[in-house]
Design a binder for this molecule. Structure first.
Ligand code: FEO
Length: 404
């Protein structure tokens, strides 16, 4: 791909994955994604990260154009996940860099991802260390568990540019390279979806790391994530940092998600009656059948919801597999401060709501009302029970978060 010069000494040498719809095998990315990599040219040339291996040919072509016949001297590996380090072995073979730089946790991951026998010198750097590359310096800030143990941010003070790996990313393939070139509300939504499905379990780290970056007093004029658009200018950089602090707080909107699976529409009819109850309390509701909505789409809605209402019929003494899939995914992402509730239909044994209640407890959600369970099909009376469950959850949302 054609490199794009960002400053006199820094070029974007990443690739655009226009048709990526399944990001990392677990999250949908309806707008595609990008794998951003950067070349810094000084007395030494330095590559910051690589790209998804299937784009190696385009990446190498762009990198060679950016190098303009110069040798690639150093490679900084901010993160070992294959969408950023996947071309490292081929970089070593084809470009023969003098040195590879990564964090102390990065070298552990590098040894297990690659056979590094015969590789160039691998230098590990800790937070606060820096590397002189001529007129410029590269400083390193480890950001362990944001979102892998090895992640780090690199900062070039002379450019006031920070390269932040997965943090602040968005899944978007576009001809634009900068965040100020797209609609702000769309940008925030993309950032939130990415956060909800990738960064959410590491919110405690976000709350520690982002303020420490702000307090270090390092001036960032350009913030370059490894996915999506680049934030340029003080206002946009502040927007990115403050958005992450806001996401990490997980303060919900006046909103509930009803996520359910259904066999013969009894549980679905219950879901709709519960939605009615919630709406009667002025709560914004998303009614999401797991067969019609990918688990990552549901999670993006759960992220800013105050309550999660889970429904499934009983099936073979358990719940339907689509709900089990959603619960596995949601538990791993550890959403906080939610109200939970459950419902479902059954034919004879009726374990569904106990299983859903157990999952609600395991996710530390506050179950504020008894589950509603109906045999075979909801009736006029049990529709009322469902409606009442929605009303109860709606009232609790307003009480807990002080909504009118
Ligand atoms: Fe974009 Fe953790 O990889």
């Amino acid at each position: 791909m054609r490199p794009i010069q960002l400053t006199e000494g820094v070029s974007w040498v990443g690739v655009i994955d226009w048709n990526c719809r399944n990001f990392h095998g677990y999250s949908q990315s309806p707008l595609g994604t990008t794998y951003n990599a950067f070349l810094v040219e000084d007395e030494k040339t330095v590559l910051l990260d690589t790209v998804e291996p299937k784009f190696k040919d385009q990446f190498f072509c762009g990198l060679k154009q950016a190098l303009k016949g110069r040798q690639l001297d150093y490679v900084v590996v901010n993160h070992l996940e294959p969408d950023h380090a996947g071309c490292l072995e081929d970089i070593v073979k084809e470009f023969k860099p003098e040195k590879i730089i990564c964090s102390p946790m990065g070298i552990k991951a590098m040894r297990t991802f690659f056979d590094i026998e015969g590789w160039p010198v691998i230098e590990t750097v800790k937070s606060g260390e820096e590397l002189c590359i001529g007129k410029r310096h590269i400083q390193f800030i480890e950001t362990r568990m944001l979102h892998w143990p090895d992640n780090m941010i690199t900062y070039i003070p002379e450019e006031k540019m920070a390269f932040c790996s997965d943090a602040f990313g968005q899944n978007i393939a576009s001809s634009e390279r900068y965040a100020d070139e797209i609609d702000r509300a769309q940008l925030k939504k993309l950032m939130a979806e990415y956060y909800a499905n990738i960064v959410l379990p590491y919110s405690k780290m976000v709350k520690k790391i982002v303020p420490s970056i702000m307090q270090l007093g390092i001036e960032i004029e350009t913030l370059c994530p490894d996915h999506g658009l680049i934030f340029r200018g003080e206002e946009d950089v502040r927007f990115a940092l403050e958005s992450y602090l806001e996401f990490a707080e997980q303060k919900p909107a006046k909103k509930a998600v009803i996520a359910y699976d259904t066999m013969w529409q009894s549980t679905e009819k219950m879901a709709i009656a519960i939605a009615d109850g919630l709406m009667s309390e002025g709560i914004s509701v998303k009614v999401m059948n797991v067969k019609a909505n990918h688990h990552s789409t549901i999670m993006s809605e759960v992220f800013d919801s105050a309550a999660v209402v889970l429904g499934s019929p009983t099936h073979n003494n358990g719940i339907l597999p689509g709900m089990a899939n959603l619960l596995t995914y949601m538990k791993g992402l550890r959403p906080e401060y939610k109200i939970g509730a459950s419902f479902g239909s059954f034919g004879w044994s009726g374990e569904c709501v106990n299983i859903l209640s157990k999952a609600i407890g395991e996710m530390h959600m506050e179950e504020v009302t008894e589950a509603v369970k109906v045999k075979n099909r909801p009736t006029h009376d049990t529709f009322q029970d469902c409606f009442d469950l929605g009303v109860k959850v709606g009232k609790e949302i307003k009480k807990k978060w002080g909504f009118e």
